[in-house]
Ligand binder design. Structure first.
Ligand code: FMN
Length: 183
């Protein structure tokens, strides 16, 4: 099994999404020992924003296509994905490689991969809540991965800005969820 592990939080050791992805990795490698893990820290080594010339460099999409399982740390910044993560997505959603248009509409070509997303956000965005219309992270990531043929799984820690106590409880709960997810 080849696992591609991606983090994008700017918060280093204080990052909730990094703690969640680390725990998912621990679970996956415990369960299926011997996995090859490739790690990309998009905050430490950002991928340049998309340009026409960038399409000539297939290293990012090749790495994605070679992985069976992709684990992604996704903090919410300004209601959406960090720009670092968006730059990575811009390299993996490529016509003819991860999707194609057919007479029946778009078809995902990346079927069969497992994508697990460790998502962290400061507020609450559940349906019916005042901020629900501003949730452009989970909906965006689900939409993007569905588009290329993958149903992503989410482990979510939310309301992290409410209080230090709530933050700790929510992160612990998400870490517990990673155990059940791997099982
Ligand atoms: C630059 C920045 C922007 C943020 N914007 C939002 C936001 O729009 N909505 C939200 O609920 N939380 C927001 N937050 C809070 C983060 O989502 C929260 O701190 C979460 O823990 C970030 O994940 P991380 O700990 O892995 O970095 C923001 C935090 C930062 C640093």
């Amino acid at each position: 099994m080849t696992v591609l592990h991606i983090d994008s939080s700017i918060s280093g050791e204080n990052s909730a999404s990094r703690a969640i992805t680390r725990s998912i990795l621990d679970q996956l490698t415990i369960e299926r020992g011997g996995a090859d893990v490739i790690y990309r820290d998009l905050a430490a080594e950002p991928i340049p924003h998309l340009t026409l010339d960038a399409f000539a460099d297939s290293s990012v999409i090749d790495e994605f296509l070679a992985a069976d399982t992709i684990v992604i740390g996704a903090p919410m910044y300004n209601f959406s994905a960090p720009t670092q993560l968006k730059a990575w997505i811009d390299r993996i959603v490529v016509a003819g490689k991860t999707f194609q248009y057919t007479a029946n509409g778009p078809e995902g070509l990346a079927k069969g991969k497992r994508v697990i997303i460790g998502l962290a956000r400061g507020g609450f965005y559940n349906q019916g809540s005042p901020a629900a219309a501003l949730e452009h992270l989970e909906t965006y990531l689900r939409g993007v991965f569905n588009f290329i043929g993958i149903e992503p799984e989410f482990v979510v820690a939310e309301g992290l800005g409410i209080s230090p106590e709530h933050r700790q409880t929510a992160i612990q709960q998400a870490l517990g969820d990673t155990v059940r997810l791997a099982a």
